[in-house]
Design a binder for this molecule. Structure first.
Ligand code: SAH
Length: 215
């Protein structure tokens, strides 16, 4: 691909994000710097810059770029934040978060995806993001509390351990609903005395599944 094609493609990608409501300059900058093409191999690689979810190994999907950007924007990540992502998948969302936060932990139930994501972080020189194989419904107690938590698989309710691992003043974004229907994206804010819930938009994610995968 020539340089000209590349900048044209990049402009189109950013234009699409803006037209879908992504206005935060730091989020747009992170989306510009992290090449989604690095996270999609094989048959679907040529479609990496289209605004659509795509298949990745282990029967999972890399989310649609505009959804990644809108969730990141809603999370309102600050430079000093420690962030937990549940559902590493390709590692794309975690890489975006790593540009905005001090430290990112991302957990995934498929070991193969964890290994592939970790290699991508290394290749991109992202040193503040760690991928771990674990059932993310239980969070990551040894690194808690977190300033921000982003769940990229749909739960029937926001998991209790994740609520417990959110710092007071912290924000969690989580898709909530039955796995085979459209889910609602929820923003949970932890105050001194309890949790506030805001409904953001409709989304469709793969379900949060219990336990570690076999691969
Ligand atoms: N954020 C990813 C896309 C996520 S797809 C990206 O940027 O590419 C959702 C991921 O959540 C899948 O990879 C799935 O295996 C994982 N997942 C589902 N249930 C999980 C659980 N309980 N713990 C950890 N990961 C889980």
């Amino acid at each position: 691909m020539t340089g000209e094609d590349n900048s044209e493609r990049k402009m189109q990608f950013l234009y699409t994000l803006r037209s879908k409501g992504v206005t935060d300059a730091r989020v747009l900058d992170a989306m510009e710097r992290i090449d989604r093409g690095v996270f999609i191999k094989g048959h679907f690689a040529p479609r990496a810059y289209e605004d659509m979810p795509l298949p990745i190994p282990c029967g999972q999907t890399i989310s649609q770029p505009s959804v990644v950007a809108l969730m990141t924007q809603a999370l309102n990540v600050q430079p000093r934040d420690k962030v937990l992502e549940v559902g590493t998948g390709s590692g794309y969302q975690a890489a975006i978060l790593s540009r905005l936060a001090r430290r990112v932990y991302t957990v995934e139930r498929h070991r193969r995806l964890v290994g592939e994501a970790q290699k991508r972080f290394e290749a991109l020189g992202l040193t503040n993001v760690t991928a771990l194989a674990a059932d993310g419904s239980f969070g990551l107690p040894e690194q808690a509390p977190f300033d921000r938590i982003l769940v990229t698989a749909a739960a029937e309710d926001p998991p209790g351990p994740l609520l417990a691992q959110l710092r007071v003043g912290g924000i969690m974004i989580v898709p909530v609903g039955q796995s085979d229907t459209v889910q609602r994206l929820i923003k949970v804010t932890r105050g001194e005395t309890g949790f506030d819930y805001d409904e953001l938009r409709e989304v469709r994610f793969v379900p949060l599944v219990e336990g570690l995968g076999n691969d």
